[in-house]
Design a protein around this ligand. Structure first.
Ligand code: SF4
Length: 352
């Protein structure tokens, strides 16, 4: 059981972030913000896939105008990403952003920050202070040894947070990201110790979907196991639904996903397998989206190791020659011929 880090809680619209609130999956739209219909469609797809928050980039005045319309058309809270522009931040807050992401490397003027704080207070908007390694203020990152970068990011965070605290603004979420898994892990640890605000974790960029999964799982998995991370974003060069799917898998694998989810375990197969285990698992997987409950299913290739390895599964099938042994929580419930294995699994799933 993972012990979450205790933090203050922050309201991002209807979503609570921090402490013991469920870890929130978020992603980002990847279509033009001014194309309101496409943007709304993508946000709704992400919401259906499990995102509780979606971030939208608003680089221009036209984008914040479109953002105001998008907010009205979707059911989940939206975050505005404002890049270098304090004006965009204020426009987005007034347009209904539930949270605004500010990068201390981009918005530096104290006067501008104070204006944004005033607007955020007035509209009850949360703010994420998101430091990216590559944008540390006034520094050429390539000239700084990696170890020093961690200290610099912590120092930047302290300075920026102090401005907000001086104005009694505490609806803050913090993030420190890098493209490097180890540095992201090493930087988040002191941030988690130094502050009691919720932390958003992620890598700045990882790669194409097939290359993004392992660095994302290693980085987010390590931090989450240490109790660090209250909202997560997996960054993938691809469809944001893929980001959401990977994020969900990370949370499910650590027992941190708090909604109905099916976990399908399949043995790697070996010479002992007497039926096509992978084909069977693929057919079962196709049926799973209709299963709206938390259930752990195991598909095992033999009865030599299968029953023991799948003893904690809610439902397991251990294949033998021309037949399958079905188990519930390690207890054998039936033996069925090979052509009846899948219908029987689906029938048993309904009973769980
Ligand atoms: S469960 Fe059986 S078939 Fe599958 S990998 Fe283990 S020994 Fe091989």
């Amino acid at each position: 059981m993972i012990k979450r880090r205790k933090t203050i809680t922050v309201k991002v619209g209807s979503v609570t972030i921090g402490s013991h609130a469920p870890i929130v999956i978020q992603s980002m739209t990847k279509v033009s913000t001014v194309d309101v219909a496409r943007c709304v469609r993508q946000i709704n797809q992400l919401a259906r896939a499990g995102c509780k928050l979606v971030r939208v980039a608003v680089p221009t005045r036209r984008d914040t105008a479109a953002f105001a319309k998008i907010v009205q058309k979707v059911a989940i809270p939206l975050i505005a990403d404002v890049h270098f522009s304090p004006s965009r931040a204020i426009e987005a807050i007034e347009a209904g952003a539930a949270k605004v992401r500010l990068n201390p490397g981009n918005i530096k003027s104290r006067k501008d920050i104070l204006r944004i704080i005033d607007a955020a207070k007035m509209h009850k908007t949360a703010i994420r202070i998101g430091i990216n390694e590559a944008s540390i203020r006034n520094l050429k990152i390539r000239d700084i040894p990696p170890k020093k970068r961690t200290a610099l990011m912590l120092r930047e965070m302290r300075k920026y947070v102090a401005i907000f605290e001086k104005q009694n603004f505490t609806q803050l979420i913090l993030s420190v990201k890098s493209r490097d898994p180890l540095r992201t892990i090493e930087t988040n640890r002191p941030i988690a110790q130094a502050f009691n605000y919720p932390i958003h974790i992620g890598l700045t960029h990882t790669g194409l979907p097939e290359d993004a999964q392992i660095p994302s799982a290693v980085t987010l998995g390590t931090l989450l196991t240490e109790g660090i991370g209250d909202t997560i974003r997996v960054s993938v060069a691809g469809n944001p639904l893929t980001e959401t799917k990977i994020a969900k898998q990370i949370l499910i694998s650590l027992g941190l996903y708090d909604e109905p989810a099916v976990e399908l375990i399949v043995c790697p197969t070996c010479a002992r397998a007497e039926i096509d285990v992978i084909k069977m698992a693929k057919i079962i997987k196709k049926a799973l989206p209709a299963v709206n409950k938390t259930v752990h299913i195991a598909v095992m290739g033999c009865i030599v190791n299968g029953p023991g390895e799948a003893a904690d599964a809610d439902l397991a099938v251990c294949a033998a020659k021309n037949k399958g042994y079905l188990y519930r929580k390690g207890r054998k419930i039936s033996v069925v011929p090979e052509n009846k294995i899948i219908p029987e699994i689906l029938r048993q799933l309904e009973k769980i």
